[in-house]
Design a protein around this ligand. Structure first.
Ligand code: GRF
Length: 206
């Protein structure tokens, strides 16, 4: 995949605090980054991520499942809303829902996600807790492309984080997130500037 326009337009999907989104937003304020955050879309109203985005003058939208009769209608609404912001790349940054076919088929291979574990170990919503319970000595974070599975898409980049004997889920997740923010910024930046390839399950940057 290569650049279609510069700067490219990122639409970031969030569900909560938005520290990963904020790192991306701040880095993308520099023209040399090659992309800017065109909009931040949340599945939950009132979250801190939306406040950070609005304060930075970035467009926001909320597509909350509670406002739709069923999952399929929400999937369609999310796809429609994201499309209005004309993304070149969609970045899930702490977005805690699985994307359905309407979004996946509209931006095939153009949706990036970040996960707080070294995939394929510890997929799913409780990756940090699962790594601790599993006795892992090293865990970390993964930036990958999104496919139909749960955290199964081609891996773009990973960083390792040591687990400490006295770690709690919170302390470990905070250390992972510090590394994860830098990894997401670096990976998305390289994607928009230099492109990437995917062969089977193997993704390569640049
Ligand atoms: C990250 O660890 C992400 O991988 C996970 O949720 C966290 C998002 O944190 N799914 P924040 O909302 O960006 O602070």
């Amino acid at each position: 995949m290569t650049n279609r326009r510069s700067p490219q337009r990122l639409v970031v999907l969030v569900s909560g605090t938005g520290s990963v989104m904020e790192a991306l937003l701040r880095s993308a304020e520099d023209e040399a980054f090659g992309a800017r955050v065109a909009a931040v879309v949340s599945d939950r109203p009132g979250v801190r991520a939306l406040e950070i985005a609005s304060d930075a003058g970035v467009a926001t939208a909320v597509v909350s499942p509670g406002e739709f009769p069923d999952r399929a209608t929400w999937d369609e609404a999310l796809a429609r809303t994201v499309a209005t912001f004309e993304p070149d790349l969609v970045v899930c940054a702490g977005f805690m829902r699985l994307l359905g076919a309407p979004v996946l088929s509209r931006w095939p291979g153009l949706i990036v996600n970040t996960h707080p574990a070294l995939l394929p170990s510890y997929p799913g919503a409780h990756a940090v807790r699962d790594a601790l319970a599993g006795g892992a000595k090293v865990t970390g974070c993964t930036v990958m492309l999104v496919d139909e599975g749960v955290d199964t898409g081609p891996i773009l980049a990973q960083s390792a984080v040591d687990v400490r004997d006295n770690d709690t889920e919170e302390s470990l997740h905070e250390r992972i997130k510090a590394v994860e923010r830098a990894l997401v910024v670096d990976t998305v930046g390289r994607m928009v500037r230099d492109g990437w390839t995917v062969e089977g399950r193997v993704a390569r940057l640049g």
